[in-house]
Design a protein around this ligand. Structure first.
Ligand code: FMN
Length: 147
């Protein structure tokens, strides 16, 4: 059974460097690849938003064992957890969007990055509940990056 999980959290360190983020992403991507988990992570001014998708067992395992207990973030709030009929994200084990993309002056560039990560199936069908919530949070952050 395929599922998607969307959560928001707050970084414990007020400003993560590229190096901090690369550490998180490197081990996340390694495990996600092994567990066949796809998705996307946003980090902006201390806030994380992440959507994960994959087999129910894998997503639950990675979330409960590695993401939820990770002391680098807190105030973790699960926003969505749904079964899905198809994946939205390409084989990319965990796409990433950070401040440069979010604060880019080209309004289309941020959405373009996200669209490039979506599967053809996702583009041709109505958005899943989790993805549509993810897109709306992404747009809120882009509209008011200094909220
Ligand atoms: C915001 C955030 C997102 C994360 N996303 C993932 C993820 O998608 N997959 C994963 O396996 N771990 C994720 N993690 C957990 C860590 O990146 C890492 O897997 C954990 O620290 C254990 O890594 P290690 O076994 O390489 O030491 C995340 C952690 C944080 C703080």
């Amino acid at each position: 059974m395929l599922v998607e999980l969307l959560y928001c959290s707050v970084s414990v360190a007020p400003h993560l460097t590229d190096e901090d983020l690369n550490h998180i992403l490197a081990s996340a991507r390694r495990r996600n690849l092994a567990e066949d988990i796809t998705g996307m992570l946003i980090y902006h001014q201390g806030e994380f938003v992440q959507i994960l998708e994959g087999e129910n067992k894998s997503v639950a395992n990675v979330y409960e064992k590695f993401i939820d207990p990770d002391l680098r973030h807190t105030r973790i709030n699960k926003e969505q957890e749904n079964t899905i009929s198809h994946r939205s994200f390409n084989e990319c084990s965990m796409g990433f969007v950070g401040a440069p993309e979010i604060e880019s002056l080209m309004p289309s560039s941020g959405m373009g990055i996200l669209m490039n990560m979506l599967t053809d199936e996702a583009k041709s069908k109505p958005l899943s509940l989790g993805l549509s919530a993810f897109v709306s949070i992404y747009n809120q952050i882009r509209k008011s990056p200094n909220r």
